[in-house]
Design a protein around this ligand. Structure first.
Ligand code: ADP
Length: 595
């Protein structure tokens, strides 16, 4: 019980943080909806008693007036409160949804790739209403409890022994509802992975990013069939749940009928025996109906609360997932963390005995990597596919943390920098970089200040300006048709150039380019390297590339093999050393010549 109270308090607190008045409004609404039926029953009872007895016209008139005015006013107030409550409920739901979405964007990057976390995210989405629903159910229970007490007084006036009878039925209802809610919870947990698969498949089917591959590789109904398969799975589970819950529901309804019939039988026999008067009879008839409904609702609401407690747990677990800063806050003093620093100049980056394995994987992808990278140089990471270059960059960008060892920026552990100040240093272009369906200028400077001349200059350097300025909306034109119908479709090379321009425009001290010339023609490729060469006296440039042209431009080469840096040096040094890099390079050069 203590645990329930703690969770309920938590729900109250969460709601209160978003809307201070909601709980009060809900309370008043529920008191009103509990009192109104009782009020009407009492008025009718007095009315029937008067009709069967003295029949005073004035008294009957007042009773009818009270009944009508009271009921109408109650209904009107109820409707207003209902409307106010639902508007606020939506606001609360929006606030919770926003908090969940923000968390999804700010949690540690490594968590975004974990399927358990993805399931938790799905649960959290479904749980955005949990606190609101809990509150509503608590006030419902209070309201219904009031009705039960009021009606029980009337019913017990007939026969005190009925209390035992009512109690037994209440326990039965409760057990049936409890079983039902356990099944529902189990169903919700089992269906989350299926819902995730459905979500993903739907996304593939509607997103234009996948449209080309789908048409050429899956022209038949592969995706539709997958979707159908997942849906069949979900429906099978739903059916199973409905089958059991429906059965329990039918049993409960039958029991409710039995309870009501027994109460009516007792009531009628007392009336026929003349033990009770017509007024009391009328009051008892409506009390039995209100009582039966209220008892059922209390049981349903309580089980709903138990279910929402579990959902609230998901939501909280998701909200509490570590953010990048959390670990650092624990480790370093507050003074250090809150210190505001300017853009940090990259003087050196050191990997000190860094080992890394991906979460859930037993293999080390990086093995005892120790290297010092100097600022304002062109560094190139070379090596076979799967040798660990991209992983090295992900650690460098602090998207992942080393499993063992540490990384230092300018001699200080990277953990001592806030993620914002650390990540501001880097401007990466990933192999799977993303442009968004917003305007060109927003794509270039999402969070930055728009400096028209600087943007124009950078676009001019990459031969993009002429084309983009000739567009009807110039740089305000959107990319792709995902957002606006007149969005511009760019070629692969233009997209890649735009991603590079975005990186160059970012106020950062280190460019990180993963296979940056894959979509560029040879002329554009050489031009890019020349430009990088020109800016390398101002910015550090880190490349991952297999292109021979790129390798020649670099001042330092790191040669990766099986998760280790096996050779390091300038192009001339490594060629002179005549080891693995030279072999790798010459093999490539030879293959090109043969072609
Ligand atoms: P490279 O960039 O040199 O081609 P990567 O760093 O991308 O190599 O990959 C190194 C190894 O790590 C590969 O064996 C790859 O399968 C594995 N790997 C990459 N990303 C993940 C991930 N998110 N989870 C688990 N393993 C991964």
């Amino acid at each position: 019980m203590k645990q329930h109270i703690v969770t309920v308090k938590k729900a109250f607190r969460l709601i209160y943080e978003v809307d201070k008045k909601y709980a009060w409004l809900l309370f008043v609404r529920n008191v009103l909806s509990a009192v109104l039926p009782l009020y009407v029953s009492f008025c009718i009872s007095f009315f029937v008693t008067e009709l069967a007895g003295e029949r005073r016209i004035g008294y009957i008139g007042i009773l009818l007036l009270l009944l009508m005015v009271g009921a109408a006013a109650g209904k009107f107030m109820g409707a207003v409160l209902e409307w106010k409550c639902s508007a606020r409920y939506m606001k609360i739901q929006d606030a919770f949804t926003a908090k969940t979405s923000k968390k999804a964007m700010q949690m540690e990057f490594a968590l975004t790739e974990d399927t358990k976390i993805q399931d938790l995210y799905m649960h959290a989405w479904q749980a955005n209403l949990a606190a609101g629903t809990m509150l509503e159910k608590i006030f419902s229970i209070l309201g219904y409890l009031g009705q039960v007490i009021g009606c029980a007084g009337v019913i017990l006036g007939l026969e005190p022994l009925l209390i035992g009878f009512l109690l037994i039925f209440f326990i039965l209802f409760y057990l049936l509802d409890y079983r039902s809610s356990v099944l529902e919870r189990k169903y919700a947990e089992e269906t989350v992975p299926i819902l995730r698969a459905i979500d993903y498949t739907r996304q593939c089917m509607k997103d234009s990013v996948y449209a080309k591959d789908i048409r050429l590789y899956y022209p038949n109904s592969f995706f539709a069939n997958r979707l159908l398969g997942f849906q069949v799975e979900r429906i099978a589970k739903e059916r199973k749940k409905e089958y059991y819950c429906g059965g329990l529901q039918t049993l409960e309804t039958s029991l409710q009928m039995i309870q009501t019939i027994v109460l009516y039988l007792i009531l009628s026999s007392r009336f026929l025996q003349g033990t009770i008067q017509i007024g009391y009879f009328s009051l008892a008839v409506s009390s039995v109906a209100i009582f039966s409904k209220a008892v059922g609702e209390i049981s349903v609401s309580w089980n709903q609360i138990l279910k929402q407690e579990v959902f609230l747990g998901y939501l909280e677990r998701f909200w509490e997932l570590p953010e990048v800063e959390d670990k650092m806050k624990k480790k370093f003093s507050k003074v250090q963390m809150t210190e505001k620093r300017e853009l940090i100049e990259l003087i050196s980056i050191e990997f000190r005995h860094v080992w890394f394995q991906y979460p859930g994987s037993a293999e080390y992808v990086l093995k005892d990597v120790s290297v010092i990278l100097k600022g304002r140089e062109i560094l190139t990471l070379v090596g076979e596919n799967g040798s660990g270059k991209t992983t090295f960059v992900k650690l460098l960008l602090r998207l992942y943390r080393p499993t063992k060892g540490e990384i230092l920026l300018n001699g200080i552990s990277v953990e001592q920098y806030t993620s914002q100040e650390y990540q501001q240093i880097f401007a990466p272009v990933f192999q799977d970089y993303q442009l968004f369906a917003y305007s060109l200028q927003e794509n270039l400077l999402f969070d930055g200040i728009y400096e028209k001349e600087k943007v124009r200059e950078a676009l001019e350097e990459f031969q993009l300006l002429k084309k983009l300025e000739s567009l009807p909306k110039k740089l305000e034109q959107c990319i792709g048709k995902g957002y606006e119908k007149d969005g511009i479709e760019l070629s692969g090379g233009e997209r890649q150039k735009l991603a590079i321009v975005r990186a160059i425009l970012k106020n950062s001290s280190c460019l990180v380019l993963d296979e940056p010339t894959a979509a560029l023609d040879p002329i554009a490729e050489v031009e890019l390297y020349q430009k990088i060469y020109q800016i390398s006296d101002k910015k550090t440039c880190i490349f991952i590339t297999h292109r021979l042209a790129g390798i020649r431009f670099s001042s330092q080469i790191l040669y990766f093999k099986n998760g280790r840096i096996v050779e390091q040096g300038s192009y001339q040094e490594l060629m002179k050393a005549g080891k693995q890099f030279q072999e790798f390079y010459q093999l490539q050069a030879k293959l090109y010549e043969e072609i």
